[in-house]
Ligand binder design. Structure first.
Ligand SMILES: Cc1ncc(COP(=O)(O)O)c(C=O)c1O
Length: 402
C-alpha cells in the first residue's frame, strides 16, 4: 500500500509529497510559500491524490476478480472539490450515515441508488428523509427493522451485523469486539432479525459491517476473520445481492507503521465472499483522503516550560482534533528544513484553552523558530469535517490545489 518506493530521505516521501532542496513540496507546490501567500492555519488539498488512492484500491479488487463498488465514506471529508473529483471518476458511490449526508450527496449529483446509507439510532425524523429516497439502506437494529417495516413495507434493506471481532487504530476506533458496541445486529439475534424483516415484508438484499477504523497490516487477520464470520451469515440469507465490508483501512502515520497489503486484503475478501457470487461494496473514508491533504500552521511560541520544550502554533484542536481525541500519531514537518535531522524533542500544542490541545508529544523536529511554518501530514480525513468553533476560534481555511 505504501507507494513510497525506494526513495531516500524521510519515510513519508512519495510522488506529490517531496523534499526539494530541503523544502517540503506538496503536489508540486512549495508548502511554506503556500502558507505565506494564503495564511494559516490552512488545509491544503490535492484531489489528484484522492483519485490515485481510488485507483489503487480498485486495481487490487480487480486483480482479485471481485465484483465491487467503492462507496466513499462522506463523513471523512465533505470538500466540494473532492466530491467533484469523485463524481468525475464515475465509478464511486457514497456511504452516508445521516440524512444530511444523503442530502449532500444528492446535491453533489449522486443518484439515490448509488448512495449506501448506514446510520445508527435513527429517529423518525431521520427516516422521513431517508425513506423518501431509494438509497441502499442498511439497518443496524431490530428496532429500525420494525419501524422501517411499519413505514415502508416491501422495501429492500441490508442488515448491519456485528461480527464480534474488530480492529482499529486504537480501542476508541474499534467498533466490534469483546466489549459490546452499539453497532449492528449480533449473531445471537441474527435469525430473529431475518424473520422480523420477513414478517414486516422487508426484503433483505445485503449484509454490512464496519469493524473499526485506521487499522494497519497487523489488523488484516482480524479483519479477515470478520469477513469469514460475515460469509457464514451471508450463506443463511436467500437471495442476497451484496456484502458491504465497511471501511477502516488505515495508512501509515509514522516510520514504524506498515500499511495494509492491498492485494492480501482483496484476495482475502475474495477467498471468503467470492464463492457467494454477490457484489462487494467497500466504504473507505480515511484511506482515500487522509494523505490527500496537509495542514499548515505557523509557530507562534517556542518556550521551555517545566523541562519540556513547547512549540505553540496558530491552530487548535477545534480545527484538527484527531491527535487530541483519538491519540493518532501526528507526523509534523518543518517546511523549510523538511529532511533536516531532528535537533530537539518538543510538545507541539495549539491555541485552544484546553490542556489536551496538543498535536504531538516527544516530537522530534529540527530547530524550530517562532515564525516557522509546520506541516501536519495526513490531514485530509476527519480534520475539516469534524471542526468546531470551540473558544470561538474558526476552523482552518481550505485551499484546493489545481
Ligand atoms: C459505517 C462506516 N463505514 C465507513 C466508515 C469509514 O471509515 P474509515 O474512514 O476508517 O475508512 C465509517 C467510519 O466511522 C463507518 O462508521
Amino acid at each position: 500500500m505504501n507507494d513510497t518506493g525506494d526513495r531516500p530521505g524521510p519515510w513519508w516521501r512519495r510522488t506529490g509529497l517531496d523534499v526539494v532542496e530541503g523544502r517540503l513540496r506538496f503536489a508540486g507546490h512549495d508548502a511554506e510559500a503556500i502558507a505565506r501567500e494564503h495564511g494559516t492555519p490552512l488545509y491544503v488539498y490535492d484531489p489528484d491524490r484522492l483519485a490515485v488512492n481510488v485507483g489503487r484500491l480498485q486495481a487490487a479488487f480487480d486483480r482479485a476478480q471481485l465484483r465491487h463498488r467503492i462507496h466513499y465514506a462522506l463523513k471523512a471529508n465533505r470538500l466540494p472539490a473532492f466530491l467533484a473529483r469523485l463524481r468525475s471518476l464515475g465509478t464511486v458511490g457514497i456511504d452516508a450515515c445521516s440524512p444530511q449526508e444523503v442530502t449532500l450527496a444528492l446535491g453533489a449529483g449522486w443518484k439515490p441508488e448509488d448512495i449506501s446509507f448506514t446510520g445508527t439510532n435513527l429517529s423518525e425524523r431521520d427516516l422521513n428523509v431517508i425513506l423518501a429516497q431509494p438509497v441502499i439502506l442498511n439497518l443496524d437494529s431490530l428496532s429500525a427493522i420494525r419501524r422501517v417495516g411499519r413505514r415502508a413495507p416491501g422495501r429492500a434493506i441490508g442488515l448491519r451485523v456485528n461480527p464480534q471481532v474488530g480492529t482499529g487504530y486504537s480501542a476508541q476506533l474499534t467498533y466490534a469486539g469483546e466489549k459490546p458496541t452499539k453497532f449492528g445486529i449480533y449473531a445471537d439475534r441474527f435469525d430473529e432479525a431475518l424473520s422480523l424483516a420477513r414478517d414486516c415484508g422487508l426484503e433483505v438484499q445485503g449484509l454490512h459491517f464496519h469493524i473499526g477504523s485506521g487499522w494497519l497490516r497487523a489488523g488484516l487477520d482480524t479483519f479477515l476473520e470478520a469477513v469469514m464470520r460475515g460469509a457464514e451469515l451471508a450463506r443463511r440469507v436467500p437471495g442476497l445481492r451484496y456484502f458491504n465490508i465497511g471501511g477502516g483501512l488505515g495508512i501509515p502515520l509514522q516510520a514504524s507503521d506498515q500499511g495494509v497489503d492491498l492485494d492480501a486484503y482483496a484476495q482475502g475478501i475474495a477467498l471468503y465472499l467470492g464463492p457467494l457470487r454477490i457484489a462487494i461494496f467497500a466504504e473507505p473514508g480515511d484511506f482515500l483522503v487522509k494523505d490527500a491533504a496537509i495542514l499548515l500552521t505557523e509557530v507562534v511560541t517556542v518556550e521551555d516550560k517545566g523541562g519540556t520544550r513547547f512549540v505553540g502554533v496558530d491552530c487548535g484542536s477545534n480545527a484538527f482534533n484527531l491527535p487530541a481525541v483519538y491519540h493518532f500519531h501526528q507526523e509534523i514537518v518543518l517546511c523549510r528544513a523538511a529532511d533536516a535531522p531532528p535537533a530537539m524533542s518538543c510538545t507541539v500544542a495549539g491555541h485552544i484553552n484546553e490542556a489536551g490541545d496538543v498535536f504531538a508529544e516527544n516530537c522530534r523536529l529540527a530547530n524550530v523558530r517562532e515564525g516557522d511554518v509546520l506541516a501536519f501530514l495526513g490531514a485530509g480525513g476527519y480534520g475539516a469535517s469534524m471542526a468546531s468553533y470551540h473558544c470561538a476560534r474558526p476552523p482552518a481555511r481550505e485551499l484546493v490545489l489545481e
